[in-house]
Design a protein around this ligand. Structure first.
Ligand code: AMP
Length: 208
């Protein structure tokens, strides 16, 4: 093996070890966005939230945004190709970073597989999937409160919220098995104060 090849293998191994790439997982209202902000600050990660990117598209009234809004207002999922494309672009545009935090993505097993493929092309890996667990009734009250405070249209109607939770259970929760098989799934109790939940998350990360 030539020295150039050995060096490439060495630097790629080093990159895999030193980067922190987190999937922050959980049903709508579990506190992913709030905790993501704090994790970013502590670990200097790049935030990749497909929900935020879609809302920026809606605000800018792009074609994609207008099509996505109709789906989001029903509480359904935007097609896999659309969100995978958005993540691909952002991953390719990012230079040297300490790591990524994926928030609200992946949301289907197909997206999780596409993410692994994208990351393997960049010689990086998911370190952990941190899964926030919160009971349904608590989720509904948190989302209704957020709807009042932030004016998000998909947080204002109980039927839409119920549908988002149903979609989560049917299409998104199966991803837990995908990451469990890779030994990366860590359940985190999502009840309690923001500080308490953050402490549980950082403890799980410290065990890496
Ligand atoms: P969020 O802000 O993560 O709760 O996402 C709000 C809405 O955007 C969701 O209810 C979906 O309609 C859409 N969305 C966000 N991320 C994804 C994704 N990874 N796959 C499909 N749809 C998504």
């Amino acid at each position: 093996m030539g020295w150039a090849v050995s060096w490439k293998i060495f630097t790629e191994r080093f990159k895999i070890k030193s980067m922190l790439n987190l999937v922050l997982f959980g049903p709508p209202g579990a506190g992913k966005g709030t905790q993501a902000e704090r994790l970013i600050e502590k670990y200097h990660l790049v935030h990749l939230s497909t929900g935020d990117i879609l809302r920026q598209e809606i605000k800018a009234q792009t074609d994609l945004g207008m099509r996505a809004k109709k789906i989001m207002d029903r509480g359904e999922l935007v097609p896999d190709e659309v969100v995978v494309g958005m993540i691909r672009t952002r991953l390719e545009q990012s230079g040297e970073v300490s790591g990524f935090i994926f928030d609200g993505f992946p949301r289907t097993v197909a997206q999780a597989e596409a993410l692994d493929e994208l990351l393997s092309g960049l010689s990086i890996k998911i370190s952990l999937m941190l899964s926030l667990e919160v009971e349904k009734q608590e989720l509904i009250s948190r989302l209704l409160l957020r709807g009042k405070l932030m004016g998000r249209s998909d947080d204002q109607d109980v039927r839409v919220i119920e549908n988002r939770i149903l979609v989560y259970n049917r299409q998104t929760a199966p991803i837990i098995d995908y990451y469990t098989a890779q030994g990366k799934h860590v359940p985190i109790q999502g009840n309690g104060s923001i500080d308490e939940v953050f402490e549980r998350l950082t403890e799980a990360i410290s065990l890496l």
